[in-house]
Design a protein around this ligand. Structure first.
Ligand code: ZN
Ligand code: ZN
Length: 377
């Protein structure tokens, strides 16, 4: 997720990154016989131009790059999107984009790619009406997302730092996890520490789920008081210059009974099984299957109720999904989470999540917080 308030002065290396991304995209546009591509998904606008504002569209042609935004961002757009021609629009961005496209001089009729999944019906119809029969609109979703899945050195350096911020913040608040503390207080402590370490904010609403609430995989921190002899699931992430980390750890408040230890061991083993198969050429579904089969062997297959992981970067959930039926082949430079879990109604949940970078011959974790079962209090 891009947080609009975070302004990023563009550096030389970022500009080099943008021009490499654009030349790759233009090769794909040429292969797809596109004259122009309208980018409306904000993380993609940022990826290609560096602009972090909350209202924008980008038109990519084989020779040009034009950013459309509103007057609130006139200074910021020029600072951030140094490689683009900036057009400040009073009124509808879509109408301004349509006008721009209609001025492109192509005799045989324009072939224009769209991010159809990120446009409203009204926006489509505004573009359609403005260009009429002169344009052919081609849904062109997923092209930038596929490129974004493979991170460059600059992106990886930010993601390593974002991972470190999440890990060290979580480790720092462990002494506060004891009976009597509220989930929401722990979330506030975590977010405070992440910000102090340079994060522009949490990558998503921090999840803290104690006791039976842990059986809900997406329980946001509540006012519930942590009790003795309970599991507590922490799922948190930091954003650093647009890039997110995503970390889950589960601790036990008190001495963990044998059953909990067994479940924890099974989740950790499932995570290791997935990590071991993670390498270039392996499909996303094979990574999911490795974790799933491991939990099935432990008799906990039915308690694993979600997919094994997801791509991570400018968005917390991006390509690829590590899930059943996903045939996408992993490549070096892809960052995914591996986050198996077991959820038992009435008792709670155990999830362990790390961010893994696919390397030429395997995988490496970006997150390094202690993965063993921690017993507190
Ligand atoms: Zn998470
Ligand atoms: Zn995740």
């Amino acid at each position: 997720m891009i947080r609009g308030k975070e302004r990023i002065a563009s550096t030389e290396s970022q500009q080099a990154g943008h021009s490499a991304r654009l030349s790759f995209l233009r090769q794909e546009m040429e292969a797809g016989r596109l004259d122009a591509f309208v980018v409306s998904h904000l993380p993609n606008v940022f990826y290609l131009s560096g602009f972090t504002g909350s209202a924008a569209a980008l038109v990519v042609t084989l020779a040009g790059l034009t950013l459309f935004t509103d007057p609130r961002y006139s200074v910021q757009a020029k600072e951030e999107a140094t490689g683009a021609r900036v057009e400040i629009v009073r009124g509808s961005l879509t109408s301004a984009v349509a006008k721009h496209l209609s001025r492109l001089g192509v005799r045989r009729g324009l072939h224009i790619g769209l991010e159809a999944a990120h446009m409203t019906v009204a926006q489509r119809s505004t573009l359609g009406k403005a260009l009429g029969a002169r344009a052919r609109w081609i849904p062109w979703d997923g092209h930038i997302e596929a490129a974004r899945a493979v991170k460059d050195a600059g992106e990886l350096s930010l993601m390593r730092k974002a991972a470190k911020i999440a890990c060290s913040s979580w480790e720092e608040i462990l002494p506060l996890v004891k009976p009597g503390v509220r989930e929401i207080e722990l979330a506030a402590e975590l977010e405070f520490r992440m910000r102090r370490k340079g994060s522009s904010g949490p990558a998503f609403d921090t999840i803290i789920a104690s006791g039976p609430r842990g059986a809900l995989p997406h329980a946001h921190a509540s006012r519930r008081v942590v009790g003795k002899n309970e599991l507590v699931v922490f799922d948190l992430g930091a954003i650093l210059r647009g890039y997110s980390s995503d970390l889950t750890r589960t601790v036990f408040v008190g001495r963990a009974p044998a059953e909990i230890r067994r479940w924890y061991g099974a989740v950790l083993e499932a995570q290791q099984a997935a990590r071991e198969v993670l390498r270039p050429g392996v499909s996303a579904q094979e990574v999911d299957a490795a974790a799933r089969q491991s939990l099935q062997r432990a008799g906990l297959g039915k308690q694993f109720v979600h997919s094994t992981g997801h791509g991570l970067g400018l968005e917390v959930h991006e390509m690829p999904r590590l899930a059943q039926g996903e045939k996408w082949l992993l490549r070096a430079g892809v960052v995914v989470t591996i986050e198996p879990g077991v959820y038992v109604e009435g008792k709670g949940g155990i999830r362990i999540e790390d961010d893994a970078l696919v390397m030429p011959h395997g995988a490496q974790y970006l997150t390094d917080a202690n993965r063993e079962l921690i017993e507190l209090g």
